[in-house]
Every structure is written in C-alpha cells, then in structure tokens.
Ligand binder design. Structure first.
Ligand code: UT7
Length: 356
C-alpha cells in the first residue's frame, strides 16, 4: 500500500496583535490571570469585513501549495477543518476553492467539524484517500476566525481571552518511501460531555438534549410549541446564548489524561516510545496542559513546540500553525519523528505520527 507524506506546509496569522492588556480594557480580566492560567500573552485578530476564515486559509494554502512544488490546479481534493466558518452552510471548503480560483477543476471539497482535533481528523482522512490511490495532492486546512464570534463582555471572559485567529495548511501526497511519511493516525470521541465545551445555538436541538439528560440549563427555547424559526430565537439573542461556553476545569482534567493516552497509542503501534519523539506538536489549548503532557511523557523542552504564548488557542489551526513554525525554525529535519496530538470539544481527540 502507498504511504502519504506532508509535501508542503504554510501558515498565516493576521497582522493585528491583541495583548492581554487590550482585553482588560473591554472586560474584567488581567494579564497576570491570563498568563498564569494559560500562558497566553497575545493573540491575533483578523480584520473584520476584509478577512474571513476562508481568506486566512487561502493565504496559508498558497504557501503550502508553492512549497509542495505544485500548482493550485493540481490540488485534487480539499479538506477544511474549522469551527468558525464563514457561513452556517455551505462550508468553507467550497469557499476556499473559489477563493483560490480553482473551480474549473471541480474537485471535491469536504468540511470537518471536529473543533480542536479537526486538523488531526482532516489529516487522517487525507492519509486514507492518498493510501488508497484516490487522490495525489490533497489540500488540508485548519483555519479559524474566532474573533467574530466571542462574547467581549466580562460574562464571556473565561472563553474569550483564550482564542485567537489564524490558519495552517498542508499538501498531502503519496510517497514511495518505506520509512518516511505518515506512519499512523489515531482518532477518538466521547459524546457524553458534548455540552461541556460547545457553541449550542443556532441549531436544530430545540432543547431536546437538555431535556433527555434532565439538564435544567436554559438553552434558549422558552416556547416548545413554536413551529419553525427556532434555529435562532429572540430569547437566545436577549440572553447571550449565542456564544461558546466551556467548563474549563472539566475540559482540562480530561485533556491531560487523553493527550498522553492517544500519543502512546500511536507510538505503541509503531513500536516506539516517547523518547523516540523528535518533535511533539500538541494542540495549543493551554500552555499548562502542554507542560503537563510533556512532563507525563518525560520529554525535554526541545522535543515540544509551543506557541500559544503568541497566538492563543487557534483551535483547528493550532496544530498546522505550530508544525509550520517549528519546521520554519529548523527544528524539524528530514528523518525526524514528529507527533501531532489534539483534544477538544466533542469530546474528540487524536494523534498522528510522521517520519518527516
Ligand atoms: O482547546 C479546546 C480545549 N480547551 C481546553 O483544553 C481548556 C481547558 N481549560 C482551561 O484551560 C482552564 O480551565 C481555563 C484557562 C479555561 C480556566 O482556568 P481555571 O483555572 O480552570 O479557572 P476557572 O474557570 O476555575 O476560574 C477561576 C476564577 C473564577 O473566579 P472565582 O469564581 O474563583 O471568583 C473565574 O470567574 O477565575 C475567574 N476567571 C477570570 N478571571 C480573570 C475566569 N476567566 C477569567 C479571566 N480573567 N479571563
């Protein structure tokens, strides 16, 4: 069977730098709290009305395509992971195709809604498509424009201070090498706690899940008999129920358990150990989580790449951005064992092991 490899990688971070102190001007928060709990010093925000999740993705994609040594017309499939799409539907995949100007080839475009682990899921799907010989140049993107969808009042501070905008992209191609390329990917989910980190509204749930779980939380449906027009109710708008919510400590506890678990699962399959990892790229959810994972796996500082300090949590974009940055900094060289891992909303989590 064929193997797949990352043939080109690119990233794009919007220019506007938003420091913790800037957020302290609009909500009750402070630099010390944010740095102590998350490690974040600043994040980037895209330019409203001029940039979108898709345009950020396009900038990263153009670089990945060029570095893969192909033309955009040679891209034969698009996989786009995001939780902050331009539209509710259609997804960003087709918008990216249009933005890149490659509609003539009429290639397929797939959207992934797996939040923080979205890029891992997307990469794994690309790996399967390439291994079966179906596609030869898959553009895999993780991109987010969180800044358009956050609650910038004190009410939303536990979520808002964490997230940032950005995009990362790779081209996945077949390789004839027996040793290099993607060795394995591992994907998992557990929907038991779907609402612990979620952006509930607008949606078709109509209060169903809360009722089934005897959850008294008001999810924005005051009138169960309302017929139609309930994706987005006035009640939701009036009660700020159209923002992401997170039970941070609950998520944290599971994250520090699942990250090492899924990394070890991939390593075990390849008959390798954490000591064999040359570079671990953890999803940038929280510097404290990454440090915990590093300690659990007994990795040195030079075996782990973190950049949440500068970009915040860019969800589906965080892994490809960090991978790209580490590679550009010369910290990933040919033959290195690279491990990618992510955990987040769903809950969904995953890992990928690559020989660069
Ligand atoms: O990428 C997707 C996966 N996400 C994660 O993995 C996130 C995991 N969780 C976390 O990273 C952390 O739980 C957070 C950084 C989100 C929060 O840190 P925490 O230490 O768990 O804080 P907390 O939510 O327990 O809140 C502690 C206190 C509360 O005040 P009281 O009740 O103790 O008076 C909050 O109201 O901190 C308060 N607080 C803030 N204070 C200043 C919450 N957010 C802020 C803020 N600035 N931005």
């Amino acid at each position: 069977m064929l193997r797949s490899k990352i043939a080109g990688i690119g990233m794009y971070l919007p220019e506007t730098v938003v420091k913790n102190d800037d957020l302290a001007h609009v909500m009750e928060t402070n630099d010390a709290w944010i740095q102590e709990r998350t490690g974040i010093q600043e994040r980037r925000y895209a330019r409203k009305h001029e940039e979108t999740t898709t345009t950020l993705a396009a900038k990263a994609a153009v670089i990945a395509i060029e570095r893969a040594g192909i033309t955009k017309e040679q891209v034969d499939f698009i996989i786009f992971a995001t939780l902050s799409p331009d539209y509710y539907f259609p997804g960003c995949g087709v918008l990216l195709q249009r933005e890149l100007g490659i509609t003539k080839t009429e290639i397929g475009a797939l959207d992934i809604r797996n939040q923080c682990s979205g890029f891992l899921y997307a990469l794994s799907i690309a790996d399967q498509f390439v291994k079966t010989g179906m596609y030869k140049n898959i553009l895999v993107v993780g991109a987010e424009m969180h800044s358009m969808g956050l609650d910038f009042t004190t009410r939303g501070r536990n979520v808002t201070v964490i997230f940032g905008d950005g995009a990362g992209a790779v081209i996945v191609q077949p390789t004839s090498s027996k040793t290099r390329g993607i060795i394995t990917t591992k994907l998992h989910s557990d929907g038991t706690y779907a609402e612990k980190l979620a952006y509930i509204n607008p949606g078709s749930h109509g209060g169903y899940h809360a009722k089934k779980m005897n959850d008294a939380t008001d999810f924005g449906f005051p009138d169960p008999d309302t017929y139609g027009g309930v994706f987005l109710t006035q009640h939701m708008m009036d009660n700020a129920q159209t923002y992401p919510n997170m039970e941070g400590q609950f998520v944290f506890k599971l994250a520090v358990q699942k990250f090492p678990e899924v990394i070890k699962e991939a390593l075990a399959e390849a008959k390798l150990t954490p000591a064999d990892i040359d570079m671990l790229i953890p999803h940038q959810a929280n510097l404290r989580i990454a440090q915990f994972v590093q300690k659990t796996l007994r990795l040195r500082d030079d075996q782990v790449w973190n950049n949440i300090q500068r970009y915040g949590n860019t969800t589906a974009a965080s892994v490809p951005i960090a991978l790209c940055e580490a590679w550009e900094a010369g910290k990933i060289k040919e033959g290195d064992l690279v491990c990618l891992a992510a955990f987040g909303s769903g809950f969904t989590w995953g890992s990928a092991l690559l020989r660069w």
